[in-house]
Design a protein around this ligand. Sequence first.
Ligand code: GRF
Length: 194
Amino acid sequence: RRVAILISGGGSNMIRLVESMTGDHPASCVLVASNDPEAAGLARARAMGIPTAAVDHRAYKGDRPAFEAALQAELDKAAPDILCLAGFMRILTPSFVQHWEGRMLNIHPSLLPKYKGLHTHARALEAGDSEAGCTVHLVTPALDDGPILGQARVPILPGDTEARLAARVLAQEHRLYPLVLERFARGDMTRIDL
Ligand code: GRF
């Protein structure tokens, strides 16, 4: 299988995904693309020998379909058959999502369906939750709402700050996403719970 990974920033999840695709893994990474030409993850992908592309969403001034057409053109060159969103911070239109539906995964830093959207850790702390975590799901037109392929849970500890909780969850994202991708690339959608 041919995997493309979309990032917006540092790409720590992208790195773990690329590093996981070795040996008899059923997939290989054919492209890392970002909506931000300055995304630090682009240089890290290039350092791992992965082709990269950048489509600056600011060059399309809110014209989402035009931005997505340019992004799709970059994807068409690499011809991936699985798309992994990994710290990708742009909302995708229903038409883009429908084109990729069933082949596009996302990792979200909460135990969905709780805390869709942003500031997930602050919201869990504010609510006094005893645990938090991350979710890998298939992307559907509704935000952070598709079928769940895997989850990892962490405790919320006394005195936790948003930064400490975010770091604890991120470490689990790095475990969960590669496990889910490997299983998904083999055509197995059995849910993984860590
Ligand atoms: C992190 O907040 C992570 O929880 C979420 O995206 C952000 C950046 O991740 N998935 P990455 O380091 O760019 O993969």
